[in-house]
Design a protein around this ligand. Structure first.
Ligand code: SOE
Length: 398
C-alpha cells in the first residue's frame, strides 16, 4: 500500500475565512479519497496571541508572525490566502514565484491591474506545474453544481434571463462598527466585491457565458460609522456618540448586464441579467439567490434553503409548476460522500468541496477551476460596474 504524499499547507489569516478553510483542509481527506493528503503545517498572522489561539483551535502544527516565512519554508507546498483583498497580489505572486501552489480567497484582488499581474504570474507558474485557484466557494454548493450540470445537459435550453441577488443585513444598524470590509483601501469595494462577486462568478460559470457589458448604480446609505465597538459576527454595535470614521465603499450595488451570445453569427442576443448585492436587506441573513430562465426550463436557488433547487421543466404540462429537487441524492454533485439521502449539508461543505477539487487537480497536474483568469473576468465586471456607476452614461463595456 503506497503512502499518499502530503500536501503541506501554509495559511495566511485566521478569521472567518481562515476558520472555514481550516475546517475544509482537515475534513476533506476524511470524507473524500484524495491523491495528496492536506497537512495543516503552519498558519500566519500578525497578532501572536490570536495566532496561537487559532492554531490550537483549528489544529495548525506551527505559527509564523510574518507570512513571508511561509514562502521561505521548504516544508510548505501550498499557500492559502485568507486575508483582505489588498494583500492578495503581493502574497500570491511571491508564493507562485517561490514554486508554491496558491488558493486565494475572492475577490482575486482589489483592482483589475493587480488581477492581471496575478493571472500572468499564475499562467507562467502553471507551466512549471505550480497551480492556483480562486475561492469562489459557492460553485461547490451541490445545488449550484447540479444547476450547472442541468444547463450543460441542455435541460434549460437557451438562457434568456439571469436574476442574481445576494442579500445580507449585517450592516443595517447604522452603528455597526467600521471594519476592513468598509475601507476601500483594504476591501476594494463593499457589497459589490464582497458578495456581488460570488453572484457574478456563479452566473458566468453556470451559463458558461461571460458578462460583456453592464449598467450600474451603487449606494452608500451610512457614510460614517463608529471606529470601535463590540464586533459580533461580521457586524456588531459601536457607541452611537463615539468617534466615527468614513465608509469608503458601496453599501448596495445594482446592475443590469448583457452576456455573450451562444450564436457566433449574432443571430440571437445572449442572456440579459439583473444583479443586486446588499448588506442592508433587513431579515435576509445570507440569501445568495440565482434564477435562470431558459427556452426549455428555469431553475431557482436560494442559499437560505441550500439543499434544494427549484426546477420548472417546460416539457411537462404547463400547470406542473416548479418542482423542488432535494439535492441530497447520491447521484448529485459531492453528496454521495456525506450522508444518506435527505440529510443535507451546510455552508462549510462548499469549502471542503473546494479543497477536494483543488487537491484533485493538483494531484493530476491539471489547472484547478476557477483559475486566476476566471477570477480576472469577475474583477473586470466589478470594475465595469464601478465605472458605470461613476459615469453618467451608465453603460460600460467590459
Ligand atoms: C461577508 O459578506 C461574507 O463573509 C463573504 O465575505 C463571504 O465570501 C461569503 O461566503 C459569506 O459572507
Amino acid at each position: 500500500m503506497t503512502e499518499t504524499k502530503p500536501l503541506r499547507v501554509g495559511m495566511v489569516g485566521y478569521a472567518f475565512m481562515g476558520a472555514a478553510h481550516s475546517h475544509a483542509w482537515r475534513t476533506a481527506p476524511r470524507f473524500f479519497d484524495l491523491p495528496l493528503v492536506p497537512e495543516l503545517t503552519a498558519v500566519a498572522g500578525r497578532n501572536a496571541d490570536g495566532l496561537r489561539a487559532a492554531a490550537s483551535k483549528y489544529g495548525w502544527n506551527s505559527v509564523e508572525t510574518d507570512w513571508r516565512r511561509l514562502i521561505e519554508r521548504d516544508d510548505i507546498d501550498l499557500i492559502d490566502i485568507c486575508t483582505p483583498g489588498n494583500t492578495h497580489a503581493e502574497i500570491a505572486i511571491a508564493a507562485l514565484e517561490a514554486g508554491k501552489h496558491v488558493l486565494c480567497e475572492k475577490p482575486l484582488a482589489n483592482t483589475v491591474e493587480e488581477a492581471e499581474k496575478m493571472t500572468a504570474v499564475a499562467q507562467a507558474a502553471a507551466e512549471r506545474g505550480v497551480l492556483s485557484m480562486c475561492g469562489f466557494s459557492y460553485r461547490r454548493t451541490p445545488a449550484l453544481a447540479l444547476a450547472k450540470r442541468m444547463v450543460d445537459d441542455g435541460r434549460l435550453g437557451e438562457i434568456r434571463h439571469v436574476r442574481a441577488q445576494y442579500l445580507q443585513d449585517w450592516l443595517s444598524d447604522a452603528d455597526a462598527p467600521l471594519t476592513w470590509r468598509l475601507d476601500k483601501s483594504k476591501s476594494g469595494s463593499g457589497s459589490l466585491g464582497d458578495i456581488g462577486a460570488h453572484s457574478i462568478d456563479a452566473a458566468q460559470w453556470i451559463t458558461g457565458l461571460k458578462v460583456t457589458g453592464v449598467s450600474a448604480l451603487l449606494e452608500t446609505f451610512v457614510k460614517e460609522r463608529p471606529v470601535g465597538g463590540d464586533f459580533v459576527g461580521l457586524g456588531g454595535h459601536g457607541g452611537a456618540d463615539g468617534p466615527r470614521g468614513p465608509v469608503t465603499v458601496d453599501d448596495a450595488a445594482l446592475f443590469t448586464a448583457r452576456f455573450e451570445s451562444t450564436h457566433d453569427d449574432g443571430a440571437a442576443a445572449g442572456p440579459i441579467g439583473i444583479f443586486e448585492a446588499t448588506r442592508f436587506a433587513l431579515g435576509r441573513k445570507n440569501a445568495m439567490r440565482l434564477e435562470l430562465n431558459g427556452t426549455k426550463g428555469s431553475i431557482s436557488f436560494d442559499f437560505e434553503d441550500m439543499n434544494s433547487l427549484q426546477f420548472y421543466d417546460a416539457a411537462l404540462e404547463p400547470d406542473a409548476g416548479f418542482r423542488k429537487i432535494m439535492v441530497t441524492e447520491p447521484s448529485h454533485p459531492y453528496t454521495a460522500n456525506w450522508w444518506p439521502t435527505g440529510h443535507g449539508l451546510g455552508y462549510e461543505h462548499g469549502f471542503t468541496h473546494q479543497v477536494v477539487d483543488l487537491v484533485t487537480a493538483i494531484g493530476a497536474g491539471e489547472q484547478p477551476s476557477p483559475s486566476f483568469a476566471d477570477a480576472l473576468q469577475v474583477q473586470k465586471v466589478l470594475a465595469a460596474v464601478e465605472a458605470s456607476a461613476d459615469n453618467a452614461s451608465r453603460w460600460q463595456n467590459v
